[in-house]
Design a protein around this ligand. Sequence first.
Ligand SMILES: C[S@@+](CC[C@H](N)C(=O)[O-])C[C@H]1O[C@@H](n2cnc3c(N)ncnc32)[C@H](O)[C@@H]1O
Length: 368
Amino acid sequence: MSYINTEEKGSARVMHKDYNNTAAGWANESIAIAVAELLDSINKLYDKNPERFENSETSFSIADFGCATGGASITPLRTIIDRVRQINPDKEIHVYLEDLPENRFDLAFMTVQEGLKDYKGVFIMAAGKDFSQQVFPNKFLDVSFSSLTAMILPSHPAPLDDNLFFLVNTENAETERGQKWIEGLTKHWAQFMHSRKAELKKDGLLFVTVSVNHNPNKDYQIKENEFYHELVSQVVKKVLAKYNAEDKIASCMKTTISAYKEHFLDVCNSIPDMHVISSNDFDVKDIFYHEYVETRDQKTFGKYVTGLIQGWWGGVLEGGLAQQGMDQETIKEISKEVFEILPEFVENHINTYPEYYNLLTLAVVRTD
Ligand SMILES: C[S@@+](CC[C@H](N)C(=O)[O-])C[C@H]1O[C@@H](n2cnc3c(N)ncnc32)[C@H](O)[C@@H]1O
């Protein structure tokens, strides 16, 4: 008897196995900006509760929610560990890598173990569970960290067939579809916050980064909307049509929403005993676009951006089609075709490619 539902092949949320090589460098640009905020929050934690850091009898526990294959976990983990060890070189540290059960934890372990191998007394473990629910025991964690993950919803709150993900803007925010997406985010984010609160010790820190949209959209966000809209209509729809699978388009889109900063903050402020200690947003450089500006090498740009998109969407495309009951052979053909066409599409759409993305860093402390 099997305890695993083998009917559900793939998942529409986890990252591609090549995420570290294709997308983690791009994501790490946001980490480079966020670490200063993270360090500042850890210092505030120390000021509030020095005993937590100075006592060598207890361990210090850190969880990374949505670790994927670990390529973007090392810098934030090292930032926290270095600060803790600066205060107390003997402090034992427990690191928990967290993601959905179907995530490639093998790759995450290899990457993070390698990235932290020079520390003694740092123990790396993992938890595979949907983080909408409580993952760790009550009052268990000192620091919960999550980068570019909490804006991924468990499912599509309303059908989406014209963009790879939902970007809130002044035109769609008040529509029925926009309202459903915002309600979906509010529900998911509130669940996330309540679950993280339960796991945090008193004075524990939740540090989250999410991509957000400005109200009204910044110029590069207007471009972003156009770029991904055209990608769907000119590439994805055409390939699906070739396989008589146009009706499956909505299942291939991400469940990600790029909402306004207020949508996240309003929920944080409604959770009792969770106090926002900082919330800032930054324009993060798209590393591939900025390299292209230097080199003017369109081919390399097309290749890198295709890799990036495959990193965060390839698994969703294949998983979404599998959930619709499509056979694996056809799925592989569709995926291959889409990612073969993409480099040229990207090369021809540099003028609408977004030069930046907007990142919200949120630091929240449990006060009770
Ligand atoms: C865009 S990747 C971000 C990876 C990495 N943190 C970074 O900064 O590059 C999002 C990750 O969140 C995970 N994820 C999405 N929804 C989740 C959920 N409900 N529970 C646990 N993990 C989730 C995905 O599987 C994926 O690995």
